[in-house]
Design a protein around this ligand. Structure first.
Ligand code: FPP
Length: 258
């Protein structure tokens, strides 16, 4: 398989990690993995650092996990980077979070282009600062022909807003004759959501010990396997990601048993 030849693969990883990767790739790898990257603030607090230091460290983990997901053959990685509720945070923190996509893409985009990763985003763009949007749009344009991993950022995303917008659009389309309400079913409704081009997540990971969805992909997670871990996002390692995939695969195997 092409991914096994991925040049990102580290030459010096411990054999157990390498073996676990090979084992994972010999089974069904979750096609779409969504992550609620939580615990940045607590990670920073534990080290007497400002909260934003946790976000910055979290950004480095995004890079690591993107590489690994691509290497394993995951098709879509959706990351909850900023929720519609996150605007309530102190302005300084919001400003910092809005600068992270620029910093991340500023240094990482050439590698994403090279490694066939396609960057997408879901969320309402109208409230995003121009500089944030510019960076994300550039990444989307530069990677639009790529056919490998889809790296989907949920940015100014909220599931309830998403569903409400979809309902309004459905009503409009029924009114103007584009849609017959008798034809409205789950598949058609899904096509009105921000994830219309994506399959539903197979696996949801949430870090930091919080066991809730926080307005994330409420419709799309209906049949998803959940993996919760106490690990704070900045501490989330390749091993943790692999563990989550292994747990997913063990559950799949049970379901498939006769
Ligand atoms: C939640 O942790 C995390 C966020 C609201 C932001 C997540 C953003 C990143 C991990 C970086 C994103 C990177 C890119 C490339 C866009 P929290 O701050 O709520 O943590 P706490 O619950 O410990 O306070």
């Amino acid at each position: 398989m092409l991914n096994k030849l991925n040049p990102w693969k580290s030459q010096n990883q411990p054999s157990s990690l390498r073996d676990r990767k090979i084992q994972i790739q010999s089974q069904e790898v979750p096609s779409h993995i969504a992550i609620i990257m939580d615990g940045n603030g607590r990670w920073a607090k534990k080290r007497s650092l400002p909260r934003v230091a946790g976000h910055h460290e979290g950004m480095k983990v995004v890079r690591k996990i993107t590489r690994l997901a691509n290497e394993l053959g995951v098709k879509t990685l959706t990351l909850y980077a900023f929720s519609t509720e996150n605007w309530k945070r102190p302005k300084m923190e919001v400003d910092f979070l809005m600068k992270l996509p620029e910093e991340f893409l500023g240094s990482f985009l050439p590698e994403l282009v090279e490694e066939n990763v396609r960057v997408t985003m879901m969320g309402n763009t109208d409230q995003l600062p121009a500089h944030t949007l510019k960076a994300v749009k550039k990444a989307m344009v530069d990677t639009k022909e790529n056919t490998g991993l889809v790296l989907n950022f949920a940015l100014n995303y909220g599931s309830r807003v998403e569903i409400l917008q979809a309902v309004k659009q459905v009503l409009n389309d029924c009114e103007n004759g584009k849609l017959d309400k008798e034809n409205l079913n789950e598949e058609v409704f899904s096509s009105y959501l921000m994830t219309s081009d994506l399959e539903d997540p197979d696996l949801l990971i949430r870090t930091s010990g919080e066991i809730r969805l926080s307005n994330f992909m409420l419709w799309q997670l209906a049949y998803t396997e959940f993996f919760f871990t106490d690990v704070l996002w900045p501490d989330f390692s390749e091993e943790h990601f692999i563990e989550a995939v292994e747990v997913f695969q063990s559950r799949q195997r049970r379901f498939g048993g006769v």
